[in-house]
Design a protein around this ligand. Structure first.
Ligand code: F0G
Length: 350
């Protein structure tokens, strides 16, 4: 049977009716990739859930299919979001299919080029503001209160509903429940959504245990770990450059209720993991995504994860979104040569 996207696949777990028009690019059903290298290195069984394989290249599509479908059902004409890039790319694409106007507010100069290109190509109105994501989200909240625009950030509950399907999918693909679910945390919607998904599957007797929700924030943007708002968040992982997450409390609850944790990884650890995943497993994710694997390596080193544990790391977005960061921070470099056979042969050492 042809795969029909997350709403059709998990319809009975989602707030849709026969009257809901389904706006979809057949998102979800992303690969769960066993990493031999990471498994050997950690003495665990490590799987990478590659959300970069979604139609717009990030996990946002799972929530956006529902948020946009519900906006159309409610006869909305325009949607709006603040974004570090991926939400805007996804919102713009789904809005284009639905024929809705899309307004995007992004922090100037802090969006990976691929993401900006997506929002522009899909015809969104893109406003670059001299502020960070948190300030952009404040603007969006105010605009949403006063004007006829539907907010499609993860403060829209349909976003969380759609994204919880990631948890269902992992359990269905593994035919088991991970001991640890590792995930980058930015605005904290995704950890909230996954925890909701696991709990619902548990309540509906689809699974018989729950994973430990284990989140990671970048060192310069770690408000939840520090316990206070970070006014000027900074990290190379621009997707999670957030100082005041909207789902802060829910993320804390997910970690606490599951016996998990939220902790810090440095930019250096993120970049090392980013290179490692691409070169040793063949999966190219974006820097923010690599926070989950950086966190895995760190927790294992600290002795916090027992040998043999079943691990799922969420790789939230595709590496091609941000080629600048890749080329700049890659451990492999190009070698410039004259266009001559001898030169190539000599360089190869044959
Ligand atoms: N990874 C990537 C690639 C992201 O784009 C984001 C968030 C996260 C992780 C963190 O997820 O916010 O649910 O905790 N990106 C948002 C955006 C903020 O605007 O694209 P979260």
């Amino acid at each position: 049977m042809m795969y029909k996207g997350v709403i059709e696949t998990y319809r009975k777990y989602l707030p849709v009716t026969e009257n809901t028009p389904i706006i979809t690019f057949f998102e979800g059903n992303t690969p769960l990739i066993f990493s031999r290298h990471l498994s050997d290195e950690t003495k665990c069984q490590v799987y990478l859930k590659f959300e970069g394989a979604n139609p717009t290249g990030s996990f946002k599509d799972r929530g956006m299919t529902l948020a946009i479908s519900k906006a159309v059902e409610a006869k909305k004409k325009a949607v709006i979001c603040a974004s570090t890039g991926n939400t805007s790319a996804s919102a713009a694409a789904y809005a284009a299919q639905a024929g809705l106007d899309c307004i995007v507010i992004i922090p100037e100069g802090k969006i990976a080029l691929g993401k900006l290109a997506q929002a522009l190509m899909h015809g969104a109105k893109v406003f670059e503001v001299a502020g960070n994501f948190d300030q952009a989200l404040d603007l969006v909240r105010k605009l949403g209160e006063k004007y006829p625009v539907e907010i499609v950030n993860s403060i829209n509950p349909y976003r969380i509903e759609g994204q919880k399907t990631g948890a269902f999918e992992i359990c269905d693909q593994l035919q088991a429940v991970p001991d640890y679910h590792l995930i980058p945390v930015g605005n904290a919607g995704n950890i909230t959504a996954y925890w909701k998904g696991y709990k619902e599957y548990y309540d509906r007797k689809q699974i018989s245990k729950l994973p430990k929700m284990t989140g990671f924030q970048a060192k310069g943007a770690a408000p939840i770990v520090l316990g206070h708002i970070v006014e000027k968040p900074e990290t190379i992982a621009t997707a999670i450059r957030i100082g005041n997450p909207a789902s802060w409390k829910q993320a804390e609850a997910a970690a606490a209720d599951s016996g998990g944790s939220i902790s810090i990884v440095t930019d250096e650890e993120i970049i090392a993991a980013y290179n490692l995943i691409a070169s040793k497993t063949g999966v190219f994710c974006e820097p923010a995504s690599a926070a989950s694997v950086a966190g895995l390596l760190k927790r294992v080193k600290e002795g916090k994860i027992a040998d043999g544990s079943l691990i799922v790391c969420i790789l939230t977005g595709h590496g091609l979104k941000d080629p600048d960061t890749a080329v700049k921070n890659c451990t492999t470099k190009t070698v410039k040569l004259p266009c001559k056979l001898e030169a190539v042969v000599r360089e190869l050492g044959y």
